[in-house]
Design a protein around this ligand. Sequence first.
Ligand SMILES: [Zn+2]
Length: 328
Amino acid sequence: MATNCGNFATDNIPHLSVVYRLTPHHPIHLTREQTIRSAVTCTGVGLHSGAPVNLRLLPAPAGTGIVFHRTDLDSFAVEASGRNVARVSYATSLMKKGVLISTTEHLLSALIGVGIDNVIVELDNLELPILDGSALPFVEMIQRAGIRPQRKARTYLRIIREIELREGDKFIAVYPADTYSVSYSINFPHPLIGKQSFCVRLTNGSYLDQIAAARTFGFLHEADAMRQQGLIRGASTSNAIVMNREEVLNPPLRFPDEFVRHKVLDLIGDLALIGKRILGAVVADRAGHAMHTALVSRILRDRSYWQETTMEVPGRVPAPAQESVLSL
Ligand SMILES: [Zn+2]
C-alpha cells in the first residue's frame, strides 16, 4: 500500500542535524532525550469510568521512559510499554500485577508529539482524564512545564523491513523511511464522516498544528449500549464530538476532517508503547487500538524488523545539557 506523505526514500538524515524548529519559538531536539522542566498538574474525569482523577507530570532522568504511578495504590509503577498492554477495545489500557492504567493514548500521543522521552505520570485513579477529548490540554501542560534536553543521545528504532498486518478489512503496516510519518484512512457509514484520509510527518510542528487538537468522537445512538458495557460514563459534549445519525450535536468541528486526524492522534499514542521513537512510515486503514497495539507487539517481538540508531552527528561534541535551554 502506498503512502501519500511524499517520497521517503529520498529523505536524508543529515539535514535533521540537531534541532527542528516547530515554529520560530518552538524548537524540538532530535538528537537528545528530553524531559519536562517542572511538575504540572491537571484534574478531570475518565472518559469510560467517569471517575475523577488528578494527574501530575514530573521530570524524570534520562533513560526512564514514560512511567505511570498510581498514587492511590502506594505509587505502584506501570511502564508505558507494549509488554504491559491489557484491555484494548475503545481505549488502550495498561496493566501490571492487576493494577490498571486506562485510556493512555491521548497523553502518550502528546508526549511523542512534543518530543518528551522521560516523564513520571502520577494519577490517583484508574483512568487518565479525558479533558477536552484531544491531546491539546496535555500539550499545553507540557508547554507550561517547559522542556529540558538531557545528555543522553535519543535512540530511534529504524524500521528496516516492512511489516503488514491485516484483519478482515482492517490494515496496518510500517515501512522503512528516514522520518516518522503516519498515514490513516477511515470509512464510517455516516454522512459527516464517510471516507477520510490524512497523512502527517512528525516534524516541523506538524503534530501541534494538525493533530493535537483533534477530539475523540461518538454516536448518540450507540451511547446506551456502550454505557451498559461500562464505557463512556464520563463522556459529554465538552469532551467528545457527539453525533446523531445526521449531524454533529456540538458544532463546530475543529477541522473538517477532525475524525481521521483523531485516529492519527490515537495511533501515535499507541505506538508510543514501543518505548522508542520510530523511523518509519506507518500506514493504517480502518484500524483501531487493537490493530495499533498488535503492530507494537509484532515490532517488539521480532528484532529483525528494525535496528537502533541515534541522530548524533559524527564528530560533533555534545553541548552540556544546561546550555540547551529550550522550551516549547
Ligand atoms: Zn482517542
